[in-house]
Design a protein around this ligand. Structure first.
Ligand SMILES: Cc1cc2nc3c(=O)[nH]c(=O)nc-3n(C[C@H](O)[C@H](O)[C@H](O)COP(=O)(O)OP(=O)(O)OC[C@H]3O[C@@H](n4cnc5c(N)ncnc54)[C@H](O)[C@@H]3O)c2cc1C
Length: 366
């Protein structure tokens, strides 16, 4: 068999786009094929690491598989995470990985391409490396993709000057000229929301619907300017947003542009398990897709839990952390019930706990 050392690589080798991911060593390759974990966590953002920390502290064998692209990577800091206000996103996750590892949790840098039910009822998770891992339970915390409006120059400024959440970024652009790029029926609501952070708000109607009479009155009452016409490009100066160019050639200056991406759960790899995304609504309008689950993250497929943005598109970092902890506790309870059922069955057949088959990974050797 090939030694584990030969399959060892660092995060910095696999994730050059996120150089902060250099804090740990990970393993890939066939050695994983023989491993059966109590829980495999798919996605190592805040939700996944919080779940993994809870499970590792509950003495469960846990493996986190992470593709290394957390949603807020473009942002300078994480806001509203009490005790770590403004921390760089990479620093928060690096600290989380160290905490998980401190309790024996393992991490693997890879992308899950599919997950399916194995013959013994376990889950079989297939990685882009070709390796497979198996688990008694799955915690899916893969987040979402922000599908941005197709305006030239917009994607390059995402997370810096093109923004979606005023709670995440409003303070940083307070009192500045802020544009709202309308693409759907929630644009007026968005303009009135951002008005809390600045008096200089311009609503670009772009491809959004014409506001109704009552909405025009509200916008006028709050001093929000409305500009008709399609936005064709974003203008920059020194790499920062300076204005919005319209189809008729006009350029309207602004320092930040708020938009509403479509939020799409990263969940395609769950199709083989029969889990398909469903729409999530806000104010009666579909804002994207998520995997449906109960309040602790249990999905329609027994043994599969979800937490964070993959389950709730509007979850913030601290909420994703809480959801990961809740789901992990529910998974641990479920495993305890299974371990107890098996122990009772073994006892009735006169087997000792140590010789009873299938009682799981059990406490880690710590
Ligand atoms: C620009 C921006 C700034 C933001 N700022 C803030 C803020 O200041 N405060 C705040 O509270 N919220 C903020 N948010 C929201 C925040 O990003 C989310 O709440 C948070 O990332 C959700 O955590 P998560 O663990 O669910 O998902 P993520 O953080 O996105 O983590 C998911 C992880 O799963 C991995 N993954 C995905 N698919 C696979 C796969 N198939 N196999 C293996 N791994 C996979 C990804 O690579 C990623 O590492 C911001 C969002 C954006 C876009």
């Amino acid at each position: 068999m090939t030694t584990q050392t030969q399959h060892t690589q660092t995060h910095s080798q696999r994730h050059t786009e996120y150089p902060q991911y250099t804090d740990r060593t990970v393993t890939t390759g066939p050695t994983e094929r023989e491993r059966r974990h109590d829980v495999v966590v798919i996605g190592g953002g805040t939700a996944g690491l919080s779940g993994a920390l809870t499970l590792a502290r509950a003495r469960r064998s846990v493996l986190v598989i992470d593709a290394g692209q957390p949603r807020n990577a473009p942002a300078d800091g994480v806001h509203m995470y009490l005790g770590r206000e403004g921390a760089p996103p990479g620093d928060l996750l690096a600290a989380g990985r160290a905490e998980v590892a401190g309790y024996g949790g393992e991490m693997l840098s890879a992308t899950v391409v599919t997950a399916e039910r194995g013959p013994a009822g376990d889950f079989r998770v297939v990685l882009d490396t070709g390796a497979t891992v198996s688990a008694r339970r799955l915690l899916v915390t893969t987040g979402l993709v922000d599908e941005l409006p197709a305006v030239p120059g917009l994607a390059g400024l995402w997370g810096k000057d093109v923004l979606h959440c005023p709670y995440c970024h409003g303070w940083e652009v307070r009192d500045q000229a802020i544009g709202i790029l309308a693409t759907g029926p929630l644009a007026v609501h968005q303009a009135l929301l951002w008005r809390q952070w600045s008096e200089h708000i311009t609503l670009f109607l772009h491809t959004g619907p014409e506001p109704g009479e009552a909405e025009y009155e509200e916008l006028a009452a709050r001093g929000v300017a409305v500009v008709e016409g399609e936005v064709t490009a974003l203008e920059t100066a020194g790499g920062r947003l300076s204005g919005v160019r319209l189809a008729d050639g006009r350029v309207v200056g602004c320092r930040a542009l708020a938009t509403a991406p479509r939020f799409t759960a990263r969940a395609g790899f769950l199709a083989a398990l029969g889990l398909e995304p469903v729409g999530q609504e806000m104010g009666g309008h579909v804002i994207g897709s998520r995997i449906a689950a109960d309040p602790v993250g249990a999905t329609a497929v027994p043994g599969v839990w979800v937490a964070g943005n993959v389950a709730n598109l509007t979850e913030q970092v601290i909420g994703a952390a809480g959801a990961g902890v809740r789901a992990a506790a529910a998974i641990n309870s479920d495993l305890i019930a299974e371990d107890t059922r098996r122990a009772v069955g073994a006892r009735r057949h006169g087997l000792t706990p140590a010789s009873a088959p299938g009682t799981g990974g059990g406490p880690q050797a710590r």
